[in-house]
Each structure stands twice: as C-alpha cells, then as structure tokens.
Design a protein around this ligand. Sequence first.
Ligand code: NAD
Length: 293
Amino acid sequence: MARIAFIGLGNMGGPMAANLVKVGHEVLGFDLAAPVLKAAEESGIKPASHASQAVKDADIVITMLPQGRHVLTAWTDILQSTAQGTLVIDCSTIDVESSRRAHEMAKAASCLSLDAPVSGGTGGASAGTLTFMAGGSEEAFAKAKPILEAMGKKIVHCGEAGAGQAAKICNNMILGISMVGVCEAFVLAEKLGLSHQALFDVASTSSGQCWSINTYCPVPGPVPTSPANNDYKPGFAAALMLKDLRLSQEAALASGASTPLGAEAAQLYALFEKLGNGGKDFSAIIEMFREKM
Ligand code: NAD
C-alpha cells in the first residue's frame, strides 16, 4: 500500500481521498480551509499542517484544486519537498497551458507527473466510479493506474502532458452544446403542442439521441433520475459548465481552432449565471429559453 499526500479536500477531493483510505492506503491530507480538513479527518485522512508536511516521504501526491493558478502555486510548494521520482498527479480541471507548465515543473524537479481530470461529479467521487482522463508518460500512467482505480471505474490514457485536460474540455464542450440543443428542441416542441414524452420517445431512439436527452433529460418525466425531477439541484452546476466552456474557448483561441457553437454555448451559460443561476444544474438553462431572450 502506498503513502499518498492529497492536497485539496473539497467536494471532490474529500470523497476521493476517503476512497483511497478505504482500500488501505495511508493518506495524509491538506486543505487551506480548516473545516474541510477537519471533515476529512473523520474519513481517516491524516491532517497535515502544511502541504510540504503532507508530501514529505509520500510516494504519490494528488492535487484536486479549483483552477490553474491554484495548481501552479501548490505544485511550486510541493515540488520543493518531494523526493526525486515521486509521482505527482493533478486531478483538477484546469487550462491546458497551466497543466503543461505543471508537468515541466515536475520534470525539472525529477518527479513523474500526470494530469488526470475527472468526470462523474460528486456522486462519482463518493461512489468511486469516476472516469479519469490522463496525460503524461507511459511510466507515470502505469504507476498511477492502480491508485486511480481505487477512485474510478474507467481510466483512459489520452496521450502526453496536458492530453487529459484537452480530452476533458473537448468532452464538456460537446456536452454544453448538446444540452443547449436538447433544451431548444423541448422548448420548440412545447410551442408546437408536442408532449415531452413524445419528443423523448422519438429523439432518444433516433438520430437526436445523446447523453443530454437519454440520460440527463432537461424536462421532468421521461428520465426519473435527471435533475429536472429534483428542482434542478445539481448534478453538475451551471457555474462548473461555464468554467469548462470558458477553458475550451481559451484553448480554442490559443490553438486557432474554430468553435463557433462552443463560443455560443459559453455566452449562453455566462448569461444564465449572470441571472443568478450558477448554483442550479446546467440542464436548468431550459428555463432561460422559455423566457423571451
Ligand atoms: P471545492 O471548491 O469544493 O474544493 C477545492 C478545495 O481546494 C477547497 O476546499 C479549497 O480550500 C482548497 N484549496 C484551494 N487552494 C488550495 C491550496 N493551495 N492548498 C490546499 N488547498 C487548497 O471544488 P471541487 O468541487 O472539489 O472541485 C475541484 C476540481 O474538480 C475543480 O477543478 C473542478 O472544476 C473539478 N471538478 C469538479 C466537479 C464537481 O462536480 N464538483 C466535477 C468534475 C471536476
């Protein structure tokens, strides 16, 4: 069993670290927020007073932090205390450029590194059923895989440094665009007098089918487990969808990719958030389309 340092024990990091404890790893944790660190202690995570204390003597370090700037600050700190050959994994969703910079910092410190963002949300983090999208060397991936398997059910090696982040934002750009499309179709159906169930029965089994309608239907009824049946409680908050769409647009700008629908979806989610809906599930954007925009 490994000695693992886990930095960032919030909504995602807390339950992920707890799953590592459950399979017998020794987990030392650190979070800037004292109440978060205290809650983690109840799951068997040993609290450290500083990131450098947690990572000292660790075989593996995992970070799960809000944004690229937090990751770069934390890794600057961490890499001063890790032994050569330590594997450092970042599971946060961050911009590809910061991710690649973090890999370079690890290389300069003679450490192995992996970007391994996740999908599956807080439910998947608690249940240990996350999907990990990893970027980094074969050696880093091979060492990380058994550890990631304690927190997820599907682990995909997407390529070299930053490839995990690239896969994550491309996937979520598809999701943002498809949800907007599905919501527009239901609003049009309402205007045309077509029932939700009828549209669902046709589209979910024909060429309109996609995760946004089949699994996460944005109107109550057809898919009982979707957030639409639970007052649009997340699920996946609209603010997080906006974050990922913005990351996709930053990457599109930097790489010269043309993503007009990704840009439009980002604008729509920005407006939705501005109207005070950032905490609702992202499928609630259907409510905005029912208003005259
Ligand atoms: P969160 O805000 O609940 O947790 C982040 C934690 O990091 C906080 O507790 C904060 O105190 C801590 N932190 C910040 N800077 C730190 C530092 N330098 N050292 C130590 N601790 C520090 O966020 P979350 O929901 O757990 O999300 C974490 C990451 O996972 C984000 O990048 C997010 O985009 C991604 N993600 C979230 C979800 C989700 O459903 N919540 C799903 C997929 C991916």
